[in-house]
Design a protein around this ligand. Structure first.
Ligand code: NAD
Length: 261
């Protein structure tokens, strides 16, 4: 589908999966609002590159999703600049790997909040506009960890399972309003979020870097390949399209067969 005239807001889109999704939607003509913790100066190159490459409007708002006031001002900013939000992608997330007894409570709070409370705030802020226009797409970046667990990731697994529940519940609330609400459940994708958990996993499991990659991360993925950011962007573009109108309340694995086991 050509998304020209449609506006996409993607939280946590300064890198990795979020930036890949923004690129995918921009390539199909969507106006894009990027978000993250980086400064506007640091993001200006990416903004300009996307805007010029795809001939679309690209804005960036620096906003900390852990602050509800930042969430509201980000959405206001998007509505002021573009008029409305048609596609909301709740993608901001973080990871921390440690046994539960030594899991830092502040990391627990931040991970749980990013996975559940933040999407609650963003969704409730954009829904009135979507309902009014009788069209909307909400896509939550969950994880294979929304469906299955791994040790030492208690906060992440709990938050992604909760996000799956939130997705289903709001899908039911909006089912007759032209709004779909889905979650994608990627397996391992090679991004900074995965790269930075390697030292923690080496420590927690007493393994080498190669052992963590092959025996922990890709051990779960029957394809033995990392999922690519481009594959995820393609799935999100489909879910955002008119053809996906009957897909709602779904938690869609894109995990190289991980959760089939
Ligand atoms: P990443 O570290 O490249 O991206 C994380 C993004 O979230 C960044 O843009 C960062 O700025 C943003 N972010 C973090 N805290 C924020 C905050 N408080 N406010 C605003 N933005 C914040 O990692 P990624 O792998 O691209 O992760 C993106 C999403 O994909 C996360 O929700 C993650 O849980 C999910 N995911 C990743 C994988 C994987 O293997 N990489 C697998 C499944 C799901």
């Amino acid at each position: 589908m050509d998304f020209r005239g449609f506006v996409a807001l993607i939280t946590g889109s300064t890198s990795g999966i979020g930036l890949g999704i923004a690129r995918g939607l921009a390539a199909k003509g969507a106006s894009v609002m990027l978000n993250g913790l980086e400064s506007s100066e640091k993001m200006s190159c990416i903004r300009t590159e996307l805007a010029q490459e795809y001939n679309v409007e690209v804005m960036y708002v620096q906003a900390d999703m852990l602050k509800p006031t930042d969430i509201l001002s980000m959405i206001k900013c998007c509505e002021n600049v573009f008029g409305h939000v048609d596609i909301l992608v709740n993608n901001a997330g973080m990871q921390y790997v440690a046994p539960v007894e030594t899991f830092p409570p502040d990391k627990w709070d931040a991970i749980i909040s990013l996975g559940t409370t933040v999407p609650f705030h963003t969704i409730r802020a954009v829904l009135p506009g979507m309902r009014k226009r009788k069209w909307g797409r909400i896509i939550n970046t969950a994880s294979a960890h929304a469906l299955v667990a791994s040790p030492f990731k208690s906060a992440y697994v709990a938050s992604k399972h909760a996000l799956a529940g939130l997705t289903k519940s709001i899908a039911l609330e909006t089912a007759r309003d032209g709004v779909t609400v889905n979650a994608i459940a990627p397996g391992y994708v090679w991004t900074s979020l995965v790269e930075t958990q390697i030292p923690e996993t080496m420590k927690a499991r007493n393994l080498t870097e190669e052992e963590v990659k092959n025996d922990v991360l890709l051990a779960a993925q029957p394809t033995k390949q990392f999922v690519t950011v481009e594959q995820i962007a393609a799935l999100v573009c489909f879910l955002a399209s008119k053809d996906a109108a009957s897909i709602t309340g779904a938690i869609l694995p894109i995990d190289g067969g991980w959760t089939a086991q």
